[in-house]
Design a protein around this ligand. Structure first.
Ligand code: PBG
Length: 324
């Protein structure tokens, strides 16, 4: 049937009809909120390139976690800023490290909140790379042991889930094996499976002080033109024991989210990263965009592409918008 019998505008003529035929519904239950934890007390330091996002000390983190919970957001992912960095990122796997303390505090005070920890070395190493560095190269296999130690120490502190973001080969297997050996066989792994070497991570590296001190991450993170390679990365991670796989960034990689969703039957997460957040914040401040509408539109598009879960710095703002 074609025009004039067929008139797609019939179902768009009122808000009620539009709601009735809406195909994708966003919910606060889809969100995972990223938080940055730092040593000290009473700290709530705004990140310049990420307005309304803060470095928090553990006491203010707990308050934030309570608010997140009240807004119906089920989970947070924690990133740590260590007291001091060294060659092998030792605070990443120290029992008294910032993340280990933060996890304990949040699980103690807000037990219903799912606490996920980012497992990586770049925030903890002086050179800012995600692995062990020797003669200017990031070594794969020696890094696995450190990542496994970090994941186990997060689980010991009470983390509900661990999320390796380093992109070393074989890290999911190394982490799964180490967790199982320590009786954490029920701790799920959310792997950053298809993580691209993206220019959209800039503001995060300010927030976490994790910019590489030499070179870039292109020898371990994925090359933006590739999508078949993403499917291969995801397949390997699932084989190695990943329970949830992530695509990152989100908006510039909606096709990757879609392809991963179609090819695999595990939950798919997508990360709306710091640069995506910063762009929207900056344009809104200049009044060039309607921030509220752009937040909902971008998050809905990520969900429509196939993401079951979305890591987003807009989680609280979006949850409020969805309530009203
Ligand atoms: C650590 C890590 C990064 C992000 C999450 N985990 C930075 C990077 O790979 O350089 C980026 C998140 C964001 O930009 O919001 N490896």
């Amino acid at each position: 049937m074609s025009f004039p019998q067929s008139r797609p505008r019939r179902l768009r003529q009122s808000p009620k009809l539009r709601t009735l035929v809406q195909e994708t519904a966003l919910s606060a239950a889809d969100f995972i909120y990223p938080l940055f934890v730092t040593h000290g007390k009473g700290i709530r330091k705004e990140i310049v390139s990420m307005p309304n996002t803060y470095q928090l000390s553990i006491d203010t983190l707990v308050k934030e976690a309570q608010e997140v919970r009240r807004l119906g957001i089920p989970a947070v992912i924690l990133f740590g800023i260590p007291k001091k960095k060294d060659e092998r990122g030792s605070e990443a796997y120290a029992p008294t490290g910032i993340i280990q303390q933060a996890v304990k505090a949040v699980k103690d005070r807000v037990p219903e909140l799912v606490v996920i920890t980012d497992v990586c070395l770049c925030e903890y190493t002086r050179h800012g790379h995600c692995g062990v560095v020797k003669e200017g190269r990031v070594l794969n296999d020696p890094t696995l042991e450190l990542l496994a130690r970090e994941a186990v120490s997060h689980a010991k502190a009470g983390a509900d889930m661990v999320a390796p973001s380093d992109m070393m080969d074989g890290r999911v297997k190394a982490i799964r094996t180490a967790l199982d050996r320590e009786n954490f066989e029920m701790t799920p792994i959310l792997s950053y499976a298809a993580k691209y070497a993206s220019a959209f991570y800039g503001p995060f590296r300010d927030a976490a002080g994790s910019a590489p001190q030499f070179g870039d991450r292109k020898s371990y993170q994925m090359d933006p033109p590739n999508v078949r390679e993403a499917l291969r990365e995801v397949a390997l991670d699932i084989e190695e024991g990943a329970d949830i796989v992530m695509v990152k960034p989100a908006l510039a990689y909606l096709d990757v989210i879609h392809r991963v969703r179609s090819a695999f039957n595990v939950p798919v997460a997508a990360y709306q990263v710091s640069g995506e957040y910063a762009m929207i914040k900056a344009a809104s401040r200049l009044k060039w965009l309607d921030e509220d509408r752009v937040i909902i539109e971008t998050l809905t598009s990520i969900k429509r592409a196939g993401a079951d879960l979305i890591l987003t710095y807009f989680a609280k703002e979006a949850a409020r918008l969805l309530q009203s």
